[in-house]
Design a protein around this ligand. Sequence first.
Ligand SMILES: Nc1ncnc2c1ncn2[C@@H]1O[C@H](COP(=O)(O)OP(=O)(O)OP(=O)(O)O)[C@@H](O)[C@H]1O
Length: 244
Amino acid sequence: MKNIVVEFRNVSFSYEKERVLQNLNFKIYENEMVTIVGPNGGGKTTLIKLISGLLIPDFGDIFLSTSNIGYVSQHSDLDNKFPISVFETVLLGRVKNFGLIKKEDKEKTIEALREVGLEKIKNKSFNSLSGGQKQRVLIARALATEAKILLLDEPTSNIDVEIGKNLNSLLKKLKEKMTIILITHDTSFVSNITDRVFCINKHFKEHPLDVNIDNIIKSSYDNDVALVRHDVNIKETGGENELY
Ligand SMILES: Nc1ncnc2c1ncn2[C@@H]1O[C@H](COP(=O)(O)OP(=O)(O)OP(=O)(O)O)[C@@H](O)[C@H]1O
């Protein structure tokens, strides 16, 4: 029997008066990879913000087996006016309460960069990298925190098919040592490695793996449901904290 890593019990969430998630119940287990799909505005990002602790539910309870959570959000750009190297970006994952950086922190940073295959470009500026490389650096930053749960919000935005394949192999490797929860509109990208598929449209549904997910979403929610990737930056609204 696998250990439960995340459990939602009757969880509901609203932004001000708008109910976005209604009575969610599910469990996610150790070393599982769960893919979250659903229409635009269905509440997928809200769900992973609840898991990360960035948002607090109105009702219900969320149980987590660890507070070590790495979150790679949809938007990978850092401020261009704030030049930062690849190494420093990943090292930020080790900075706790503005304490001193120790030798061990630098070692863990290099280890994380090696794991995602980017050790050789550690001195490059983060903003000079391609979309796919930036994604890998941000995954390395999550690894440097020694995360036990990795949350990824649309990791295939801004990257081409070839880089997507590399990311797929990286996630397959990482799945052996952590639980991965990933939002994507591109289900083919993870179909060979995901263990379960959750569909979120205010309510929760779990779908079987062996069918075409896009068709399921359309038949479940109606044909007009928009399934689009986030290739554009959208400014966050509301009073939430940004993790990075
Ligand atoms: N900070 C916020 N303040 C108010 N409403 C918000 C906020 N963030 C999201 N919403 C609203 O909550 C609903 C769910 O948004 P969410 O981003 O979780 O959906 P999503 O499934 O991730 O959508 P997408 O596929 O477009 O990224 C939407 O109606 C959205 O407009």
